[in-house]
Design a protein around this ligand. Structure first.
Ligand code: PMV
Length: 371
């Protein structure tokens, strides 16, 4: 489908003063998206586990401009609160998201939006919340548009979720994958016919049972602000000397990982996932200008994980986001031993001893109160 296919052919009846609410999870990429073209087209395909507990919950109320005070210009406007307090620092990112989605949600242009958002994970934990935030906001806007109303059982259609992923992508690339679950694939790749650059699609093969309730324990090594944003990092892939080889590698690793996800081949799963994490950071180390997002604690944890895996033969591996925190991935059946290992050996490297236990989840959930 082309982007123009997401422009509604007619204006739908929107209900003023209606409030809708969606909770969207964060996701963790196994094959990493790093590098993009305008407008948010990935330079390589990626695949991610949708998480369960790390969520952003957002409510949006549609207010007719005529209901506002005299100050109203009649043009689109919004107000945004995060965890109960106004957050002007978030305005530029949200405003540029709106500028990108207007053509696809034309009803917005004459309204004022009241947006309230909260995260279930600790604020400033170093966990990127743009994926979950942009996914939840996109779902709210699309529900308000009434373009794809739910059926009598309040179930939304595939077309609804596809367009929500399309919109979320325009806010933050990885947000396209936070709409559904448990595994989402984004970016055209030859081995997967349904794959697309404009939207993320659910992995359409049967996952091996070992991945059911797969665990992700996020070790919070550094909760500070990143020294280089993802936007800048993606941009540095444009003239990166290794870009071509990296983009091809992502296709190849995705094909390998797909087989492992179906067969339950943990050895291949681990080698692809860890290679992807290290390649992502290798791209940062070798861009111009170069930068490092890992911290000494990140490397110490990786070493400890490798030793633990060697000594116990348990299928535990790590992945990294664009940051210093380490995601420890493992099958649910090994939860007790792994949590013991974390307490004994890894907590020392976590800022204030903090870590978050999450697991694979099934995607965004509507919390809209139906009349
Ligand atoms: O969605 P963005 O622009 O924040 O980029 C996310 C990039 C990584 O998290 C590093 C990888 C990924 O695929 O999620």
């Amino acid at each position: 489908m082309e982007a123009v296919g997401f422009i509604p052919s007619s204006q739908h009846l929107v209900q003023t003063n209606k409030t809708v609410t969606w909770a969207s999870p964060s996701n963790i990429a196994l094959v990493k998206y790093w590098g993009k073209y305008d407008p948010q087209i990935p330079a390589n395909p990626s695949i991610s586990f949708t998480l369960n507990h790390c969520n952003t919950k957002t409510s949006v109320t549609l207010v007719d401009q005529s209901m506002l005070s005299d100050k109203s210009t009649g043009a689109f406007s919004f107000e945004f609160s995060f965890e109960g307090a106004p957050k002007p620092d978030f305005h530029p990112k949200i405003a540029s998201f709106f500028a990108r989605v207007f053509d696809y949600l034309p009803f917005l242009k004459t309204y004022h939006l009241v947006i309230n958002s909260e995260n279930t994970f600790p604020h400033s934990s170093g966990i990127a919340s743009s994926a979950s935030a942009m996914a939840a906001l996109s779902l709210c806007l699309l529900e308000l548009s009434d373009e794809f109303p739910p059926n009598d059982q309040n179930v939304f259609s595939e077309a609804f979720y596809a367009k929500a992923s399309f919109l979320a992508r325009l806010g933050s690339g990885s947000a396209a994958r936070s709409i559904s679950g448990p595994l989402m694939q984004w970016g055209k790749t030859p081995g997967f016919k349904a794959s697309q650059d404009l939207v993320a699609v659910p992995f359409n093969k049967v996952l091996a049972p070992i991945f059911k309730n797969f665990q992700d324990t996020i070790l919070l090594v550094d909760k500070g602000e990143k020294v280089v944003s993802s936007t800048v990092g993606h941009g540095l892939m444009k003239d990166h000397p290794f870009a071509k080889a990296r983009f091809q590698q992502a296709h190849d690793q995705l094909a390998l990982l797909t087989e492992a996800l179906v067969s339950g081949d943990m050895e291949t799963f681990i080698s692809v996932v860890e290679s992807e994490a290290l390649t992502l950071h290798a791209m940062m180390l070798t861009s111009s200008p170069y930068f490092i997002l890992m911290k000494p604690g990140t490397l110490s944890i990786i070493e400890k994980i490798w030793n633990f895996r060697k000594n116990t033969a348990l299928p535990v591996c790590f992945t990294l986001d664009a940051g210093a925190n380490v995601h420890l991935l493992y099958p649910e059946m090994h939860k007790v031993q792994v949590l013991q290992f974390i307490e004994n050996e890894l907590v020392a490297y976590c800022q204030n001893g903090q870590y978050i236990c999450d697991q694979v989840g099934s995607g965004s959930i509507s919390h809209t109160v139906q009349p």
